[in-house]
Design a binder for this molecule. Structure first.
Ligand SMILES: Cc1ncc(COP(=O)(O)O)c(C=O)c1O
Length: 456
């Protein structure tokens, strides 16, 4: 992870940016950040890279290390995944790349079958509608490359997964512009996605002379875990049709719905009801939903006939490694195991872990978004920050880092409301607890400081 981030040299006084980054964002690693923690945080520093493996907490080998509750991984099924992999005939895998086309075709067939079944598509998904990729981010970048021109705009309701605003557009040079969603906690209203907000976003960008090419929606949402139903999606699709925009829907967490009351419905289920199939594109990653933490694979589904051949031309740079393809073909073939064992256990464990973590955070006076899916507690610290503003949020974030726990602050997700932090609950219990103890310590220190100020 950390290697994806540009590092800076020198102290906070003398930033040197290595690399050519949009918006001149500086990415210190957390160790470098911590080294300079006593220096005032410059507002230009917006991103902190997650801790590397060497920097991360381990109860035996690195008890002083940073607990990473920021990176979106699900460790609740590690034993089952390992047992399943052990059972598979991994010796069948080879490094023979003489017929990569055949290996890719086999995996594409399995993925098409898998998606037809698990996404409940009304008709069988055809091979010429999907393209395998090495990750979801690459899929968005490729769509940007082939659907737009540099500096065209894709709108993305925010808060959203932070990389959507940066690494998704590294090659396409597209701008992903956040459309802030309103919320009013007192009125019980959370960041509500609606068509009028998106339409205002289109008009604002057009007035600025920008060409809006599309809208990017994540369903279930990251970070909030909210599920958007078909009626809303259809309204968004009609909006896109009216403005001739592309709609990219990322369903990265569609098999990670842990709230038994709520059902997720993939956009694929809409079949012929999709108003503009040529401009509707779906992305799904195999990594998150199947808990394959170190395996990088994704799929793009589109009915756009002119897009698919272009995507094929990107094979050299975006392919999944051949042994990984062979592994995945075997792994996703056993639908019976995935439905009756893997997903059942996963959802039970996620439900338990979510409420366990939520109760702990609420015991500190933190409000937690009523999530239904995904790996995150979306937490609001406003009652602790008091007053809830950017300055206090940055101070709290610095204190969390100082106490060795990494979470994702609201500004990385382009959330306009201060006080929000994204905290992963799908860590193993003992890792979550180690992180929670540090969050608790930070909140207690914060409360003590506030009490001391009021006493003065
Ligand atoms: C909504 C969303 N899209 C994309 C990704 C990244 O997926 P990948 O690592 O396959 O690029 C994530 C990862 O957390 C995500 O939450």
């Amino acid at each position: 992870m950390a290697r994806n981030f540009v590092r800076y040299k020198g102290g906070f006084e003398g930033f040197k940016i290595i690399g050519n980054f949009q918006n001149k964002i500086i990415f210190p690693t957390w160790t470098e950040f911590k080294r300079n923690i006593s220096t005032t945080l410059k507002t230009s520093v917006r991103m902190v890279a997650p801790p590397s493996d060497e920097e991360s907490y381990d109860p035996i080998y690195n008890p002083q290390g940073m607990v990473n509750l920021g990176t979106g991984t699900n460790y609740l099924m590690q034993h089952e995944v390992k047992a399943r992999v052990d059972k598979m005939r991994i010796q069948q895998l080879s490094l023979d790349t003489t017929d990569p086309g055949q290996i890719e075709k086999e995996l594409s067939e399995e993925v098409a079958n898998f998606m037809t079944k698990f996404f409940k598509a009304p008709e069988n998904i055809q091979l010429n509608e999907i393209k395998l990729l090495n990750n979801v981010t690459a899929g968005i970048d490729l769509l940007g490359t082939f659907l737009g021109k540099p500096h065209d705009v894709f709108l993305c309701p925010a808060p959203a997964y932070s990389r959507l605003f940066r690494s998704c557009t590294q090659y396409s040079a597209l701008e992903v512009v956040p459309v802030p969603l309103k919320h009013n906690l007192e009125a019980g209203q959370y960041f509500s996605l609606n068509v009028s907000t998106l339409e205002r976003g289109i008009e604002e960008q057009t007035a600025l002379g920008k060409r809006v090419r599309g809208i990017l929606v994540t369903n279930p949402n990251n970070p909030s875990g909210e599920i958007y139903g078909h009626p809303l999606l259809l309204e968004i699709m009609e909006l896109c049709q009216r403005y001739e925009l592309h709609l990219i829907i990322s369903e990265v967490y569609c098999l990670s719905v842990f709230d038994a009351e709520n059902q997720f419905h993939s956009v694929l289920q809409l079949g012929s009801q999709i108003p503009d199939p040529d401009r509707t594109h779906l992305l799904w990653g195999l990594t998150k939903d199947l808990c394959l933490t170190d395996c990088h694979a994704a799929v793009l589904h589109s009915k756009n006939k002119s897009l698919m051949p272009k995507l094929l031309s990107s094979n050299l740079f975006r392919n999944i490694l051949i042994p990984e393809q062979q592994f995945l073909t075997l792994y996703i073939r056993d639908h019976e195991w995935i439905i009756n064992s893997f997903l059942k256990k996963k959802h039970q464990r996620m439900r338990r872990a979510f409420y366990r973590a939520k109760n702990k955070m609420e015991s500190l006076g933190v409000e937690v978004f009523p999530s239904q899916a995904g790996f995150f507690l979306f937490c609001n610290f406003r009652k602790i920050l008091n007053p809830n503003n950017e300055k206090n949020s940055i101070e709290l974030f610095k204190s969390l880092l100082k106490n060795q726990v990494y979470v994702v602050p609201y500004w990385e997700m382009k959330c306009i409301e201060p006080g929000w932090f994204r905290i992963v609950f799908t860590a193993e219990d003992h890792i979550f607890d180690a992180g929670f103890d540090r969050i608790k310590k930070t909140v207690e220190e914060w409360n003590d400081r506030q009490r001391a100020v009021y006493r003065m």
